[in-house]
Design a protein around this ligand. Structure first.
Ligand SMILES: NC(=O)c1ccc[n+]([C@@H]2O[C@H](COP(=O)([O-])OP(=O)(O)OC[C@H]3O[C@@H](n4cnc5c(N)ncnc54)[C@H](O)[C@@H]3O)[C@@H](O)[C@H]2O)c1
Length: 426
């Protein structure tokens, strides 16, 4: 039993996911960091990477196991070598169409820390579909840079044509109308979808969700929730990084406002989501959740790739008799491995649900692993759905999405997805 996976965008998250799986193969007793060691009989050892698509000339036309280590990737190394058990010997990184994947400002940063295009000519749409079929791809993972709207649509269409399930790890296709359209297409093709915009196993979104939910459940009124994310700190503990500016390409991409809008909206969906699932108004709350500038320690200092991210949270709430509460929290994480912890589950949920006859967006796994799922759920309800799928048991939610029931996207549960930030709404 193998799940064949194709990666779109062979960046830091791809490196962490592939190396992380190799790590668990080499350390079979170690289950730390795996939320679900077993999903419907599939373990992480059953995931096999069969090809990738990228545009960077240091990655294209290279074996996938080499491309994950090419610059500008800077995520931590989990292992020395990648075995053929994890990445097929013929897994190559193909040249994908650039479309809107690379923002112009990325070409202005030094090549050690940013993208460099100009690889061999891109494969055509028909050829991409052919390659996905040739490699028997079960699941496609979308790891493109934030803002890749057109490129995402390209691979969604290719997934439908090649009959692949899709894990959309980025904040694209997040408006309600777009989500409905995508869901109906995946239902019609008998395929599953998890999306959109992954939330890490224990990242800023999870922390915001837990704090906001716990405060609301304690009867408090949350009036402010600010979540500022910064690229700072160092990946490898190199303290001499003080002379440089440390960030990964995900952060550099979002250093321009026009590139980060969708991420901003998606992150704020997490904060609003906890009110929505409790039927609590958000009208009185000021909220912000998004990337902020990377930290420049010294003007003109050199850039150093670093995968460390720091989130600062600031919440204000009112409780019994109008008493005020203030809470600040700081979380420092390795960004990309943190995301691998949920994607190893999402891949297997797609495959298992499809084998059970479920089609369309997987609501439980999407709510559990993504910032903007079709339906926001309380963490315990999302986990209930995931636990049931992991045991191959249907719930009321998944039963209504059985292929044989001919589900219609418009009749399935949806939480309205706002396409604007709090600032824009006000
Ligand atoms: N914890 C996390 O790291 C986390 C959490 C949530 C969401 N995400 C999102 O996941 C995505 C991937 O993150 P990452 O850190 O791996 O990013 P990255 O910048 O390291 O990788 C992006 C890759 O996409 C490639 N690319 C650019 N345009 C392309 C195109 N048109 N076709 C194919 N490849 C193209 C780049 O060359 C690069 O290899 C980002 O959108 C990020 O916001 C990450």
């Amino acid at each position: 039993m193998t799940i064949n996976v194709a990666i779109i965008g062979v960046g830091n998250c791809a490196k962490s996911l592939v190396e992380g799986i190799q790590y668990y193969i080499e350390n079979p007793e170690d289950k730390v960091g795996l939320i679900y060691p077993d999903i419907g009989g599939y373990t992480v050892e059953d995931i096999k990477f069969v090809c990738g698509f990228d545009v960077d000339n240091r990655k294209v036309n290279k074996p996938l196991s080499q491309a994950i280590r090419a610059l500008p990737n800077c995520a931590m190394d989990h292992v020395q070598e990648i075995s053929e058990e994890v990445v097929s010997p013929d897994a190559l990184v193909y040249s994908g169409p650039e479309l809107d994947g690379v923002a112009p400002h990325m070409l202005e940063y030094p090549e050690e820390v940013s993208f460099r295009t100009g690889a061999i000519p891109a494969e055509s749409y028909d050829r991409v579909v052919e390659l996905l079929k040739y490699h028997n791809v079960d699941v496609i993972i979308n790891y493109l840079p934030v803002g890749s709207e057109e490129a995402t649509k390209f691979y969604v269409q290719a997934a439908l044509a090649a009959k692949c399930h899709f894990v959309n790890c980025i904040p694209t296709l997040i408006g309600t109308e777009q989500t409905l359209e995508v869901e109906q297409a995946f239902i019609d093709h008998g395929l599953t979808f998890v999306g959109s915009d992954m939330r890490s196993a224990w990242g800023a979104s999870r922390l915001s969700e837990v704090l906001q939910g716990a405060m609301l459940d304690a009867g408090l009124l949350v009036t402010q929730h600010i979540q500022m994310n910064m690229a700072c700190g160092s990946t490898q503990g190199q303290e001499n990084i003080r002379t440089g500016r440390s960030a990964n390409t995900d952060f550099l991409n979002m250093s321009k406002q026009d590139r980060l809008h969708s991420k901003h909206v998606s992150k704020e969906n997490v904060l609003k989501g906890q009110n929505v699932v409790r039927d609590e108004s958000i009208d009185g709350m000021t909220y912000y959740a998004g990337p902020s500038l990377t930290v420049m320690q010294k003007p003109g200092g050199k850039y150093i790739g670093s995968d460390n991210k720091v989130a600062n949270l600031d919440l204000v709430a009112y409780g019994f008799g109008g008493a005020r509460y203030e809470l600040t929290a700081r979380l420092s994480v390795q960004d990309s491995p943190n995301s691998g912890g949920v994607v190893v589950s999402a891949i297997r949920f797609c495959k298992v649900a499809a084998e059970m006859g479920v089609v369309g967006y997987l609501r439980g796994p999407s709510a559990y692993t993504q910032k903007t799922p079709p339906v926001q759920l309380k963490s315990e309800d999302a986990k209930f759905e995931c636990d049931a799928l992991a045991r191959r048991e249907l719930t009321n939610m998944t039963r209504s999405q059985l292929k044989e029931a001919n589900p219609l996207a418009r009749e399935l549960p949806y939480t309205f997805q706002d396409n604007k930030t709090d600032y824009e709404n006000k």
